[in-house]
Design a protein around this ligand. Structure first.
Ligand code: SAM
Length: 302
């Protein structure tokens, strides 16, 4: 195993621990889908939410949220996930269509339905890495909907704290061909050693022309904002204690690490994209989102 202490041991499926966060994002995507000014469409999201006893009572439409957009959880936080989904949809599609990457690796894929809902170029393969129980739940729900992917889809049940490279290469990943990688809402839960192993591995398996996007949180904000409305309402309304699930060891400088390996990276706040799209969360006092950064990195062609 890579890394040592982990806060998320014990519960492996979507019903608890870090797996439950995949349902939280799914609920947010369901709400976003039904907004009149939707940033992203995911028709599968509400089916995941309804299928799991832990989330069956959560809202999947804004009309089901008593305080509407004023809700820190189902208003602002859900919109954050809607914006993140849209921005990363655009990143992946641009990498596949314009830059020519035909291998997409979703790290900590959770209930990400991009293989089914996005328009992929011919010959694209989507590798989905997550724990076995999470992928089994996803498979069951999508199977019940007779959902058909728009690209070859390869689920890879493996723990990212272990050696996942063998599982990925055994599943057909070709390190000699360009790839695009995504770690959306993942690194916050991994020990620093697992994050560094992940970054090193992505570099090792990426040829020139490959790309990577990931989300990090600045160290200092985590505990400072532990009483923010966003964290407290998430805990009260879903039982998910994000602060307890996040890994609290000092974070590695993954952007600097990539730069040292020759990648070019740009770092954005979510608010940059709120302004670009004209909707999404804006900064506020005691803001749990203030430390979130979205990183977009490219490995130059030789
Ligand atoms: C917040 S969810 C995000 C899911 C998806 N990327 C999305 O944005 O919809 C975090 C996901 O990371 C997965 N995850 C966390 N730690 C993991 C680990 N050690 N190995 C594999 N997957 C992990 C969880 O199972 C969960 O599905």
């Amino acid at each position: 195993m890579v890394g040592t202490a982990h806060r998320n041991t014990g519960v492996e499926g979507v019903e608890g621990g870090v797996g439950l966060t995949a349902l939280l994002v799914a609920a947010a995507r369901a709400i976003e889908t039904h907004r009149h000014d939707s940033l992203a469409q995911d028709v599968y999201a509400e089916h995941f939410v309804r299928a799991a006893p832990a989330s069956a009572g959560w809202p999947v439409r804004m009309q089901q949220v008593p305080d509407g957009d004023a809700s820190p959880l189902w208003g602002r936080f859900a919109r954050y996930f809607g914006l993140r989904t849209r921005v990363l949809d655009d990143f992946l599609l641009r990498s596949a269509h314009a830059e020519g990457a035909r291998q997409v690796v979703l790290l900590g894929a959770g209930l990400d339905a991009r293989a089914f809902r996005l328009d992929w170029p011919p010959g694209c393969v989507i590798f989905e890495i997550d724990r076995e129980e999470v992928l089994a739940f996803k498979h069951k729900v999508l199977g019940g909907l007779s959902a058909t992917p728009n690209a070859a889809r390869v689920p890879i049940p493996v723990d990212l704290r272990a050696d996942w490279v063998t599982a990925l290469t055994d599943a057909g990943f070709d390190a000699a061909a360009p790839s695009v990688w995504l770690a959306e809402g993942l690194l916050l839960y991994l020990p620093p050693a697992a994050e560094t192993y992940l970054i090193d591995t992505v570099d090792r398996l990426s040829t020139g022309g490959s790309a990577l996007a990931f989300e990090v949180k600045l160290d200092k904000d985590l505990l400072e904002c532990r009483d923010s409305p966003l964290y407290t309402s998430t805990k009260q309304q879903t039982g998910i204690d994000l602060i307890a699930l996040f890994d609290r060891e000092p974070r590695p400088d993954s952007v600097g690490h990539l730069a040292g390996k020759g990648w070019s990276a740009s770092v954005h706040t979510p608010f940059d994209f709120t302004r670009r799209h004209g909707r999404g969360p804006l900064p506020e006092q005691n803001d749990a989102l203030a430390g979130n950064r979205w990183v977009f990195a490219n490995k130059p062609r030789a």
